[in-house]
Design a protein. Structure first.
Length: 195
């Protein structure tokens, strides 16, 4: 039994993909075709970045491969309960320096690349779910990440499955969430005390 939420509706016209993208936890675990994975990474490639520095890096593993198990192993146990069924897990890194100096926007740029990946996956009928709940130190050691990179987030990619297979506490959460009104984050020209 899936819980219900009102369908997502935009207050102003936007591309369908923005509403269609959401973060499921029930995945089929089926293998992702090589060409599709290449397409998702290609979408990341075209993200904008500070000075066109393209500071994002990814380390990925396909379900069944040792790299997948390494990535799964650094994710929190709560998240492992569902992330284990993804087709791909990746760690998204960003380079902390730009031309030898500390980079100000590396994680921001990596976030843009993640958004590209996620929206491209949605357009292909696949889904993504970002995971901040992972052990950073364990990930750094297990994946051999050097100090000049941040590990910003882990991401699962997969095809949505029936939520019946999820742990009971996660079943009611398996639906698209809603959003605050745009007016809650907008102010023309000045800082707002209303935020
Ligand atoms: C940086 C980041 C970290 C997140 N970490 C987790 C996480 O550890 N576990 C989880 O279940 N979901 C995680 N999420 C998913 C968010 O909870 C989800 O994107 C948000 O509730 C909005 O829902 P939607 O993506 O379905 O629209 C994370 C999302 C982002 C962007």
């Amino acid at each position: 039994m899936t819980a219900h939420n009102p369908p997502r509706a935009a207050d102003h016209p936007i591309a369908e993909v923005f509403l269609d993208r959401w973060s499921p936890r029930a995945f089929t675990g089926e293998p992702i075709p090589d060409e599709l994975l290449a397409t998702l990474f290609e979408a990341m490639r075209w993200a904008p970045s500070s000075n066109n520095s393209q500071p994002w890096r990814i380390i990925y593993g396909r379900r069944g491969a040792p790299a997948f198990d390494r990535l799964l192993g650094v994710i929190s146990e709560r998240n492992q309960r569902w992330a284990k069924d993804a087709s791909v897990i990746l760690a998204l890194l960003s380079k902390r320096t730009l031309q030898g100096a500390p980079a100000r926007n590396h994680s921001f740029d990596a976030g843009a690349a993640w958004a590209h990946l996620s929206l491209q996956a949605t357009m292909a009928g696949w889904a993504t779910h970002a995971i901040g709940g992972f052990n950073e130190a364990a990930a750094r050691a297990s994946l051999g990440v050097s100090d000049d990179y941040d590990i910003d987030v882990c991401v699962t990619i997969g095809r949505r499955a029936d939520p019946a297979g999820l742990p009971d506490d996660l079943k009611p959460r398996e639906m698209p969430s809603q959003r605050n009104k745009a007016s809650s984050f907008i102010s023309e020209g000045v800082f707002s005390r209303e935020w």
